[in-house]
Structure formats: structure tokens, C-alpha cells
Ligand binder design. Structure first.
Ligand code: 3HC
Length: 283
């Protein structure tokens, strides 16, 4: 049996989740981040989640240990090796993403796929910066990655049918449910989700209700697992703001204008769970 392998660039919230999902499905995973502390924290978090799965008797201790062993921390990008799939999951900054994608492209095997987990940067724009835009695709995972079933498979203008087909097969192989859409600002997920979050922030700013009440109304009335403000804290308020700015600029409609309170919170570095303070406190 041949060993399956892949690489993830970025060991943040999304990158570590993607690494865990592939390792649990038997892939040897090479996880790169330039910040050693990020890799260390990712390894610890994955270990904790695997231990929890053992406690809940979903996997055995041996399986947890084998999964953890399949994740290799790689501090230098050029050392990640060659793989048929490389997924980029770094900060939402086109210049940084393009730089890393260009550096990673020689490490994709012939016929392999280079993917981005971007939440809102144009796949067509990123694809235009690499040598094989036909082998480039959006593979958009959802937070928390080990729990959420969806992978939004985003087809750029030049993405080939074969790349889409293979990406769908890979997502299914690792237990996810892929759903295809075309490259357009915010794709489907964030074009629909972010206006709801933004509207909840406007309601809070205008004093229509307290944060807890806004979230409770959406949870109990709409059967959402968490309210929009708690969800914004989970995603990161800086990420929400960035996506809204993309929607506002690229779709050119006032209805996507980010709420001033959201801007203010990001300026104050109240970014949600990751800074332990957003619409709620996480002490
Ligand atoms: N990482 C890994 N697993 C996690 C987790 C995390 N951060 N948070 C919760 N979980 C797991 C728990 O371990 C638990 O698993 P278990 O059943 O094996 O014990 C399971 O999820 C349920 O967790 P809890 O019982 O603690 O809490 P809930 O039942 O309230 O579920 C939730 C938590 C899964 C986060 C749920 O509230 C939910 O689905 N929220 C909505 C999340 C969502 O909408 N995500 C999409 C965000 S948008 C996005 O990512 C796109 C981007 O582009 C912006």
C-alpha cells in the first residue's frame, strides 16, 4: 500500500484542524509554519483533541498515538517534501498567500493540487500567480475543522474539471462533504453568513438588544447552534471585518458595509476568542 501524504502551510486554527483531519484519515501530514510557537501550540491542541476522543472511546489510545505520529512539524518550507496535495491556510493577506504559494508550487507532484483555504480572496487571483492555475483550487474548511462537515470547493476561472473532481474525491476520503461553487466574492458561505453577523453587530450598536439576547434569539428562534456574535468571536472579528471589506469592495453594494462597531472592536484588538475578548470574555 502506498503512503498518502499532504502538506499544510500555516499551523493556526484552520491549518491545525486540516492537519488533524488528514492525519486521522491515514495521511502523513507535513505542517509548516514560520512561527515555532504556532507549531508547538498546534501539536498540543491536536494532542488534546485526540485524547478527548480516546476518553470518549471514539478511538483507541494506539490510534490517537499513530495519528499524532503522522503529523510532522516542518519549520522550513523547502523541507516539506513533495506531495500530491498542498493546502495553504495562512492569514488572509493576498501578498503573503501569493508569496507562500509561489514558494510551495515546486513541491506539488506532477498532476498534484495546490489549494487555498482562503475565506474570501479570489481563487482566480491567487491562481494567476502560480504556474499551474488549472491545478489550483479553493478548499474552504470551516471552524472547528474536525467537527464541521463542509468543504466549500471553489472553482477559479482556470481550474480544470479534473482538479475539481480530484478535490471532491479527497474531501470525501477524509470524511467531509464537499459542495462546489464558483469563484465570486465571499463564495457562497461568507456571502450569506457575513451580512447576518454584520447585521447582528449593527443591532448591538443601535441598542436593539444586548449581545446575549441577540444570540439567544437567533439560537432559539432559528435553531442556530450558536448566535451570530458568539460565532463572530469564534471566527475572529478581524477575519469577519476583512471578509466584509472584500464583499463591500468587490460587490460594490452598500449593504455589505462593515458596521463601525466591528471596526472599533478590531482597532481595540478585541478579536474574539483568540484574544480572549470579543463580544464576550473568554477567561
Ligand atoms: N476544535 C475541535 N473540536 C471542537 C471545538 C474546536 N475548537 N469546539 C468544539 N469541538 C467539539 C467538541 O470537542 C465536541 O466534540 P465531542 O462531541 O467529541 O465532545 C463537539 O465539538 C461539540 O462541542 P460542545 O459540546 O463543546 O459544544 P457545542 O455542542 O455547542 O458545539 C460547536 C460547538 C461545534 C462549535 C457548535 O456550536 C457549532 O457548530 N457552532 C457553529 C460553528 C460554525 O458555524 N462554524 C463555521 C464558521 S464560518 C467559517 O469557519 C468560515 C470562515 O471562512 C469564516
Amino acid at each position: 500500500m502506498t503512503t498518502k501524504s499532504m502538506a499544510v502551510i500555516g499551523a493556526g486554527t484552520m491549518g491545525r484542524g486540516i492537519a488533524q483531519v488528514f492525519a486521522q484519515s491515514g495521511y502523513e501530514v507535513y505542517m509548516h509554519d514560520t512561527v515555532p510557537a504556532a507549531i508547538e501550540s498546534a501539536t498540543k491542541t491536536i494532542g488534546k483533541l485526540l485524547n478527548r476522543a480516546v476518553e470518549k472511546e471514539r478511538i483507541t489510545a494506539d490510534e490517537a498515538a499513530a495519528t499524532q505520529k503522522r503529523i510532522h512539524a516542518v519549520p522550513t518550507l523547502s523541507d516539506i517534501g513533495r506531495h500530491s496535495l498542498i493546502v495553504e491556510a495562512v492569514i488572509e493577506n493576498p501578498e503573503i498567500k501569493i508569496g507562500l504559494l509561489q514558494a510551495a508550487q515546486p513541491m506539488v507532484t506532477d498532476g498534484g493540487i495546490l489549494a487555498s483555504n482562503t475565506s474570501s480572496i479570489s481563487i482566480t487571483q491567487l491562481a494567476a500567480a502560480v504556474e499551474r492555475p488549472d491545478r489550483f483550487i479553493g478548499m474552504h474548511f470551516f471552524n472547528p475543522v474536525p467537527v464541521m462537515k463542509l468543504v466549500e470547493v471553489v472553482r477559479g476561472l482556470q481550474t480544470s474539471d479534473e482538479t475539481v473532481k480530484q478535490t471532491i474525491e479527497i474531501a470525501e476520503e477524509v470524511g467531509k462533504t464537499p459542495v462546489e461553487c464558483n469563484d465570486h466574492p465571499g463564495f457562497i458561505s461568507n456571502r450569506v453568513l457575513m451580512p447576518m453577523i454584520n447585521e447582528a453587530v449593527f443591532a448591538l450598536q443601535e441598542g436593539v438588544a444586548e449581545a446575549e439576547a441577540i444570540d439567544e434569539i437567533m439560537k432559539l428562534g432559528m435553531n442556530h447552534p450558536m448566535g451570530p456574535l458568539a460565532l463572530a468571536d469564534l471566527i475572529g472579528l478581524d477575519v469577519c471585518l476583512f471578509i466584509l471589506e472584500v464583499l463591500h469592495r468587490d460587490l460594490g453594494e452598500d449593504r455589505y458595509r462593515p458596521c463601525p462597531l466591528l471596526r472599533k472592536m478590531v482597532m481595540a484588538k478585541r478579536l474574539g476568542r483568540k484574544s480572549k475578548h470579543g463580544f464576550y470574555r473568554y477567561d
